[in-house]
Design a binder for this molecule. Structure first.
Ligand SMILES: [Fe+2]
Ligand SMILES: [Fe+2]
Length: 295
């Protein structure tokens, strides 16, 4: 069987930021707006994102996963341009997404996530867009959960909640007997040493995956860095892989934009998964940064 290629990118933080209306800046958004106008606009660059996406398309992946932070302040005027960008990534059946904390920055526009982007996370067996979702694509089961919740100012935490964790367990039960490579998409990393940025119920998710298993690979964004950790499953460890922001210039300890390609193939009773990292080098070109055997 030919290998199936899954591309993963995250945190496009789509530039440019529309000019907010005055009333939209009341409350939490004022902090994010100052951060954008002072700092973030310098290193979240549309030309970087465009170059990364054009390189990704040239690799012709079978499916593309994007793990959130499409927008910046969740202004009403950010959602439609983000939908247009998603359409440029690929059609909804070829692209699966989960939202990030910046997409749910404030409660007032939270409904716009499903309204504008819902077709990118509609499950195979559910007519409406909600989390968790299950989408079967080739030998893959793409399972997405939403950790995106509005938070207090200066907080970027995530939360899944018991109903979503229980529903996730049911989906894992559903796919347990099928010969599928199961990929879990989530915006937040499963472990973090930064209290203001962590997934607050990560212990519950880690306990579920350790007890239940049923996941072969976890993909996330949020931290804007290359990251691979291994967490406990019932029988073997599970890789958890994060990527930098897809629009970033290198700044501070944050690397430049990159994305991952996972080449997945059945090998007897097991799976093989090779990871290729492609990203922006210091000559402003997208190149292969490394290739490794993940599983
Ligand atoms: Fe982000
Ligand atoms: Fe985030």
């Amino acid at each position: 069987m030919a290998a199936f290629t899954l591309a993963h990118l995250s945190d496009p933080h789509l530039p440019p930021l529309p000019v907010p209306r005055l009333h939209e800046l009341l409350g939490k958004r004022v902090f994010g707006y100052l951060n954008w106008t002072r700092n973030r606009h310098k290193y979240q660059r549309r030309e970087v994102l465009d170059a990364l996406l054009s390189d990704l398309h040239a690799e012709r992946p079978d499916h593309i996963a994007v793990t959130g932070d499409f927008v910046n302040l969740a202004l009403n005027a950010e959602f439609e341009p983000a939908r247009a960008w998603l359409d440029s990534v690929g059609p909804p059946d070829r692209v699966s997404i989960v939202p990030g904390n910046h997409d749910a920055y404030v409660r007032a526009t939270q409904h716009r996530i499903a309204q504008c982007w819902g077709s990118y996370f509609t499950g195979d067996d559910t007519p409406d867009a909600r989390f968790p979702f299950l989408r079967r694509r080739g030998p893959l089961a793409m399972i997405g959960v939403s950790s995106a919740v509005p938070t207090l100012p200066l907080m970027a935490t995530g939360w899944l909640g018991r109903p979503q964790l229980d529903a996730l367990e049911k989906l894992l039960d559903l796919t347990a007997t099928e010969p599928l490579f199961r990929v879990l998409l989530i915006h937040h990393p499963l472990r973090s040493d930064r209290p203001a940025k962590r997934l607050t119920d990560s212990e519950d998710l880690l306990a579920l995956l350790k007890r239940r298993g049923g996941v072969d690979l976890v993909l996330h964004g949020h931290d804007h860095v290359h990251s691979t950790i291994w967490i406990d499953g019932p029988e073997r460890s599970i890789p958890v892989v994060g990527v930098p922001s897809a629009s970033a210039l290198a700044h501070g300890h944050y690397p430049a934009a990159a994305y991952n390609l996972f080449s997945i193939a059945r090998d007897g009773n097991a799976w093989r998964c090779e990871q290729t990292v492609r990203g922006l080098n210091d000559r402003s070109r997208i190149v292969e940064l490394r290739k490794l055997k993940l599983i």
